[in-house]
Each structure stands twice: as C-alpha cells, then as structure tokens.
Design a protein around this ligand. Structure first.
Ligand code: PBG
Length: 330
C-alpha cells in the first residue's frame, strides 16, 4: 500500500485550518461604492437594467454616503445623470461650477469630509451624441480637443472638492494634461485614478442606461478609443504611459472577464491597481440571483475575492454597500 506524502485535504478538513491558511481576504476597506446622482430633491429613480440600483438626488446621495462611512467603505465614485437640456455638442455643462455634479461634490464633502470622493472625468453624460469626447463631422472622437474639455472638467471637479479625479475616456495624453493643470492651479493633492486599461466592452450597457447615454449613442460604439477586447500587451503600454504622465492609481475595467490583465498590471508595475466590477457584471449576478439560479451573497463575495486574488487593491462596485454589510455580519 502506498500513501500520498502530501495530503492537501488535511488543511482543508476543519474550519480553523482553512481560516489560518486563507491567502486573500476581503474587507469593506477594499471597496468603493458607485452611485448615480440626479438633480432635484427627494428623487430616486430605478434603473431597470440594474435592479436594486437607483439614481439619487443629492439629498439621498448623502444618505448613501452615511452608509459608506458607517460600514467602513473608504470612498464613493459618483456619476451624473443629467437631463437632455444640459447636453450639448461641446459638453460645457461638465465644467459648470454650479452644475449638478459640482453641487453634489460640495454637499457630500460638507457632510463627510473624510469619505473619499471620486469624480468621473469623461464627456459622455454631457454630449448629445453620447461619446466620451468631442466629435468631428464624421462622428470621430477628436483626441486633443477633447483633452482641453477634460482638463476644464477635472479642474472644476477639484475645485468643487472631489479628492480623486478619474478620467474614464481613454484619450491619449489626458493624464499628463490633467496633472499639469492640477499642479498649475495648486491642486497638488488631487489624486488621479486613471482608467488605463478600459476595454470596449459590451458589459457597460446598463451603465449607459443609468447615465442616459445609451439613447444618445444609438448604434454608435467606442472602438476608436477604448481597448480591443483581445489585447493585453497593449494594456501594459497604456498603464505605463499613464504612470509616466502622473497617475496615482491605475484601473482595469471591466473586472471579472479581465482578471488576467489585472494580474499582469499588478505584477509588472506594482502600482495601486483598481478594478471596476461594471454594470453588466452587476446585472448578470443580480438577474441570476433574482431567478433563484445563484446564491447572491456567495457569488458576489466570491467575485470580489477573485478580483483581490488577481491583484486588485480596491474594487469599484455597485454591490459595495451590500457586500460590506455581508462582511460585517460574518
Ligand atoms: C464612460 C463610462 C462608462 C462606464 C464608466 N464610465 C461606460 C462607457 O464607456 O460607455 C461603465 C461603467 C459600468 O458599466 O458600470 N465614460
């Protein structure tokens, strides 16, 4: 009779030894809540393709921020959903100091100065065509002209109190331009979270419903600026450029389908590396859970742990508050 010399099942036999050898743990401090803000007061609008997610007026956003603070979630990533009258070809509302987004930031920072606030820097909520940048007569997104708009937008956000500006547009050179502008304006501590490896993914559909850009975008797509889904060497080049231009954190997006990219980025650069569990990932998990096909708590926590195991330092998620509650209850 021969016996296995090493029995990996030995350590798995009891909860105590499984606990002791667990390599990766998830903590509310790893999570960033994502929320959509709308104008008006006492308004909450359901997002049909994201059951459980609502667009919130500023007053309700404050309650959501209360939950983040109470649960130990360090930061909130905010996206605006603006009405049609505020959309234009030049997206000028994006840097209006009295615009919804800037007002929301002032209110949130007044309520919770210690809660990190992340502003999205991209023009899509504000353009009539739903693209992340300014377009020419053929609908092509113009890189350098768009950067000028993004710089104005990032400055308006820093001015309003956003701690972190997060360019999600994928223009070339925007991190450097925003960094220079922030330094020149004295915003030396405003952090930049660069959406460095952002793929042209079909998993963003529900988000575009939430910010109201899907109708404007129509049959348009973002393949001329977001990354091709088949590439990963290119992700390293994107990250390298953004680091060189002054990014403080880099991000891979979407999350679960791109964890190989997260691992490569983390191993290669050792930068604070964030990952975004996007709207389509949320919708998939939620739909299966609502049908009784998957156990929501287990699959959500498993997905989030997988992201950390892949090398992510923090995770943006629509599930952040729920997940933090589950973790606290454990
Ligand atoms: C656009 C932006 C998108 C997301 C964040 N910022 C969608 C897009 O690129 O069309 C997607 C987030 C999600 O799906 O949850 N600047």
């Amino acid at each position: 009779m021969t016996f296995p010399h090493t029995r990996l099942r030995r350590m798995r036999r009891d909860a105590f030894s499984r606990e002791l050898m667990r390599e990766t743990r998830l903590h509310p401090g790893d999570l960033i809540m994502v929320a959509f803000v709308i104008d008006g007061s006492d308004r909450r609008e359901a997002v049909p393709s994201m059951p459980g997610v609502e667009r919130l007026s500023i007053d309700h956003s404050l309650n959501l921020a209360d939950d983040c603070v109470a649960l130990g979630i360090p930061a909130l990533a905010l996206f605006p959903s603006v009405e049609a009258q505020y959309k234009s070809a030049d997206a000028a509302e994006a840097w209006n100091p009295q615009g919804l987004f800037q007002r929301a930031a002032r209110a949130l920072k007044a309520r919770h100065p210690q809660l990190g606030l992340i502003g999205d820097v991209a023009l899509d909520p504000y353009t009539t065509h739903g693209q992340d940048g300014l377009i020419d007569d053929h609908g092509y997104v113009l890189n350098d002209l768009t950067i000028e708009a993004l710089v104005r937008m990032a400055l308006a956000q820093a001015e309003a109190g956003f701690d972190i500006v997060a360019p999600s547009d994928m223009m070339d050179g925007r991190i450097g331009a925003i960094r220079d502008a922030l330094e020149n304006a004295g915003h030396v501590n405003t952090r930049i979270l660069a959406y460095s490896a952002k793929y042209a993914s079909a998993f963003y559909g529900p988000f575009r419903d939430a910010v109201g850009s899907s109708a404007s975008l129509g049959k348009g797509d973002k393949h001329t600026y977001q990354m091709d889904i088949g590439n990963s060497d290119e992700a390293l080049r994107e990250v390298e450029l953004d680091i060189g231009e002054g990014a403080d954190m880099v991000m891979v997006k979407p999350g679960l389908p791109y964890l190989d990219v997260v691992r490569r980025v983390k191993d290669h650069f050792g930068m604070p590396t964030f990952v975004y569990q996007v709207s389509g990932e949320y919708a998939m998990l939620k739909a299966a859970a609502q049908n009784g096909w998957l156990d929501e708590r287990s699959v959500v926590l498993e997905s989030l742990i997988a992201m950390k195991r892949a090398g992510a330092d923090a995770i943006l998620s629509y599930y952040a508050i729920e997940a933090a509650r589950w973790l606290r209850a454990d």
